[in-house]
Design a protein around this ligand. Structure first.
Ligand SMILES: [Zn+2]
Length: 493
């Protein structure tokens, strides 16, 4: 388990509560050198403990990924879950192949992006989904899994309302009470090495309910509860960060909810997050899961001061054949008219003979392993004739993979297409956050707001290119196994 600390930059420390802010998360495992993660930044999401499409070597050679989040529910089909069987000082790291020198690992019960209907939670359990169906995870289960896996950060169980709105007052009250009780349980008893606990701020789409939950965190605890969490004075003292799951929040701000009427969902989300953060201290990490676009990232950075976002949307883009190529701030040549796409739909036949890299010839150099592959440290000679070719000083540096090559891989169902796209998309996202930090560090906050506004004007937020790529992905997927002639039919793709 890592020791972590978070600090706001001096330029951000004494400002208003809901302005964009710069910070730094420092973490260290045992005797390893300490690592820093600058915020605003991002974490990579996983499926069954793997950053989709990336091998362990890819992940270790990807500079952009430092924080990896693992939803535990995908391990629940076995009892005890296989992830809890590993031993050592950092069992989750060693079992999943993450590096203690480089990676911070967090664990939550549920996948925060999964909002599909599921049986309701109970008084002392959360309903979770694994490949074999729905499982109940009790508070005691979660404590024992956390103790066995020793992640760097553990998310307290939360009674998130996923069923369709509206919610009765009684249901909202129950959600708040359960979430508080479960947080108290994960904090008690505080051992000599307290876990780094993050809490999902509950209260659904009700401003008063969200304020009530946050105030409860900061109220002094008495009696039996105080004994349980001693020496903590209040629950918030044991919390290292605040989490907002945007996917259920958007569902909660449904059309049937009078709160959302007449307001854009984005504005309503910002108001709800502000209601939650208002009673709480400023010096803790604010994490938002499932932001859908970079536009939403900019709005939440500007309007609430969120520090960490997940990369779910950028990884999803790689799944459907999209190579991202947006920049922040947008090109100065921005003109009114059709908004630009955030990326390239590599399924499109326009890339059949396009031999430039994903980032393009005119754009700044992209450092990802797709656009800038690492030179081989060794080679396999298949004949003695090969040796001079590889060993000589003239052996050329590898070129970046071209759009045409990835287009070909996609149309032949090669999984490596998605590997190359994930590597690139994570690097683009990393550059996006670097550019946000650089602009905020310049000291002119208005410049950041103007750039964010022109970004939203320049790039298409409706993600038309994503819809187009999804259709093409589906067509190529359905042509699987039907032979080359079927796949190559002009009308097919
Ligand atoms: Zn790249």
């Amino acid at each position: 388990m890592a020791s972590i600390s978070f600090s706001l930059a001096s330029s951000s420390a004494n400002k208003s509560k809901f302005t964009p802010r710069l910070g730094q998360l420092t973490f260290r495992h045992g005797q390893s050198p300490s690592q820093t993660l600058d915020t605003p930044g991002f974490l990579a999401t996983t499926s069954r403990g793997v950053v989709s499409h990336l091998s362990r070597d890819h992940l270790h050679n990807t500079a952009s990924v430092q924080w990896i989040h693992v939803p535990f529910e995908s391990f629940l089909e076995n009892k005890p879950p296989v992830l809890t069987r590993s031993t050592g000082p950092n069992p989750a790291h060693s079992f999943l192949g993450f590096s203690t020198e480089k990676h911070l690992v967090s664990l939550s019960v549920r996948d925060p992006s999964d909002c599909a209907e599921i049986p309701p939670n109970g008084k002392d359990f959360v309903s979770a989904r694994c490949v074999q169906g729905v499982r109940k995870v009790t508070v005691q289960d979660w404590k024992s899994y956390a103790a066995a896996c020793k992640p760097d950060i553990i998310f307290a169980m939360s009674d998130t309302m996923i069923s369709a709105p509206p919610y009765s007052q009684k249901r909202i009250t129950k959600s708040i009470e359960r979430s508080c009780a479960w947080l108290l349980d994960i904090l008690a008893p505080v051992s000599s090495a307290p876990p780094n606990v993050f809490v999902h701020l509950a209260g659904g789409s009700s401003v008063p309910a969200r304020q009530t939950f946050s105030r409860t965190l900061t109220e002094k605890v008495y009696g039996k509860e105080a004994e349980l969490v001693h020496p903590l004075e209040c629950l918030d003292d044991g919390v290292s960060g605040y989490v907002f799951d945007l996917a259920p929040m958007r569902a909660q701000i449904g059309a049937s909810d009078p709160y959302a009427q007449g307001k854009r969902t984005g504005e309503a989300v910002i108001e709800l997050i502000q209601a939650s953060l208002d009673p709480l201290p400023d010096n803790k990490i604010r994490l938002a899961n499932s932001a859908a676009t970079p536009h939403e990232v900019l709005r939440l950075t500007a309007g609430v001061g969120i520090d960490i976002f997940d990369s779910h949307w950028a990884q999803k883009a790689a799944n459907i054949g999209i190579g991202l190529n947006f920049t922040f701030p947008p090109p100065s040549t921005a003109t009114a008219g059709k908004r630009q796409d955030l990326g390239l739909n590599l399924y499109n036949n326009t890339y059949t003979h396009d031999f430039s890299t994903l980032s393009g010839e005119d754009s700044p150099h992209c450092p990802c392993l797709t656009c800038s592959p690492a030179p081989a440290s060794s080679f396999i000679a298949h004949a003695t004739l090969d040796e001079p070719t590889f060993a000589g000083p003239d052996f050329p540096a590898p070129k970046g993979f071209s759009r045409a090559y990835i287009h070909h891989l996609l149309h032949t169902h090669e999984m490596s297409a998605h590997t190359l796209l994930v590597l690139h998309n994570l690097a683009v996202l990393d550059q996006f956050f670097t550019d946000i930090r650089r602009m905020l560090g310049g000291g002119d906050e208005q410049q950041f707001h103007r750039a964010a506004e022109s970004f939203c004007q320049y790039y298409d937020e409706d993600l038309a290119v994503f819809q187009e790529a999804t259709i093409m992905w589906d067509m190529v997927d359905k042509a699987r196994g039907k032979g080359r002639l079927m796949r190559d039919k002009p009308d097919d793709v």
